[in-house]
Write a protein that binds this ligand. Structure first.
Ligand SMILES: NC(=O)c1ccc[n+]([C@@H]2O[C@H](COP(=O)([O-])OP(=O)(O)OC[C@H]3O[C@@H](n4cnc5c(N)ncnc54)[C@H](OP(=O)(O)O)[C@@H]3O)[C@@H](O)[C@H]2O)c1
Length: 377
């Protein structure tokens, strides 16, 4: 097959994907270097309420390995940071995302994906979908599949036998967290569900019972101190996992954007493996025409879900609302696999993780385990 993408004017299957700044100065600089330089973080945040949706780039060359069909798409930026989305009245945020949807429709998109916090805000895409003629997905179902697959793969490379492992899901009451928990309950010996509200975590425990894992729940982050595998997916604005929370040799898959794992973990703990959940290889000679911080031809799982639905011709609302299911995740997992999307290599704090680094983490963990004591809680 050609390594050139098709003439964009001949491509009729289309999508749009909404992104937003996380780090205001850095992310604004990616599109507008001068503004990123002269405005302070506070000014970017303040003025963002008045910015219209921003056209970022055209995406070409996403091509199905199964059918050879190609789709094109567009990145559109919602100018709000997560912090701003939480501060502003939710209807104002909806209005801005709906305006992004109208821009997507004008460009010719036939489905729209809601990236990162635009999928978290309010009722997770339901109001947005109701207000637009354009079908919408949050991309969360494939995010779930890829996060769980990343945990399984990371356990393998770290030499942690999955069926004997203790795993934890932090943010277990969330739309992504609770389905990840149900899936991991089939894999591991013990599963710890951590959330902020005891009653809500108990409800998730009920969904996880009757599978392989013994399930425990709690609201204290210290519960993860002797856990082998952590999948963390809260919508907290600031980090929730600090260096003291992790045992030597632990694997942490951080799906959250902004991330849940403190940068201090990267600085202070060379005996744990932190990976970003959600990086996917995209089939075809894809060119995003925009650097969103990933290596070429790699995308977030939520972007991949939107592309795969367009490749499949499934122009319908897909992962919408807070009540996602294992069935939905499995279905999109099969669609994505068919078209050639797959889990890509690991990244940690925006850098690729090499086999040498994994070997070093294993070695350091082995040495540090001699002095490590389980915390009394
Ligand atoms: N990597 C990717 O491709 C990708 C794709 C989509 C989404 N995401 C990210 O995934 C994360 C979760 O998304 P979601 O749709 O599952 O969100 P959600 O349904 O709103 O769930 C958020 C979870 O985080 C918990 N939480 C919120 N604030 C917290 C805090 N300050 N401390 C501890 N826990 C807190 C919530 O607890 P309560 O239930 O008590 O409120 C809930 O369990 C977000 O960061 C989002 O940006 C990543």
């Amino acid at each position: 097959m050609s390594d050139q993408f098709a003439d964009p004017s001949s491509v009729t299957d289309t999508f749009a994907f909404i992104i937003h700044p996380i780090n205001p100065k850095r992310d604004v600089s990616r599109k507008f270097p001068l503004l990123g330089k002269v405005l302070t973080e506070g000014q970017v945040n303040f003025f963002s309420a008045y910015f219209p949706p921003v056209y970022i780039s055209e995406i070409n060359g996403v091509r199905s390995q199964a059918t050879g069909r190609e789709v094109k798409g567009w990145f559109i930026a919602c100018p709000f940071t997560p912090q701003r989305m939480l501060q502003l009245p939710v209807n104002m945020v909806y209005d801005k995302i709906v305006a992004c949807g109208h821009k997507a429709e004008k460009l010719g998109a036939r489905i729209m994906g809601l990236g990162a916090y635009t999928s978290v805000v309010g009722d997770a895409g339901q109001t947005i979908a109701d207000r637009l003629d354009l079908p919408v997905t949050t991309g969360d179902s494939y995010t779930i599949m890829i996060a769980v697959e990343a945990v399984r793969k990371a356990a393998e490379v770290m030499g942690i036998p999955l069926h004997e492992a203790t795993a934890a899901v932090v943010g277990a009451t969330g739309s992504i967290g609770n389905v990840c928990a149900q899936m991991l309950a089939n894999d591991v010996a013990e599963l710890i569900l951590v959330g902020r509200r005891a009653d809500a975590v108990e409800e998730v425990r009920e969904k996880c019972e009757g599978r392989r894992a013994t399930v425990r729940t709690g609201t204290d982050m210290n519960l993860i101190y002797d856990v082998d595998l952590v999948l963390t997916v809260t919508s907290a604005i600031n980090s929730v996992i600090e260096p003291q929370h992790l045992k030597p040799g632990a694997v942490v898959c951080d799906v959250a954007r902004p991330r849940d794992v403190s940068k201090l973990v990267a600085d202070q703990r060379d005996d744990v493996l932190v990976i970003e959940g959600g990086m996917v290889e995209v089939p075809g000679p894809v060119d995003f025409h925009f650097d969103f911080g990933f290596p070429p031809k790699k995308a977030f799982a939520c972007m991949a879900e939107t592309m795969a639905l367009a490749l499949e011709g499934r122009y319908e609302n897909f992962s919408i609302g807070k009540a996602l299911t294992v069935e939905h995740a499995t279905e999109i997992g099969a669609i994505c696999a068919k078209h050639g999307f797959k889990l890509s290599g690991f990244r940690s704090f925006e850098r690729a993780v090499t086999d040498e680094q994994i070997a070093q983490v294993r070695e350091q963990a082995q040495a540090n385990r001699k002095h490590w004591q389980p915390m009394h809680i």
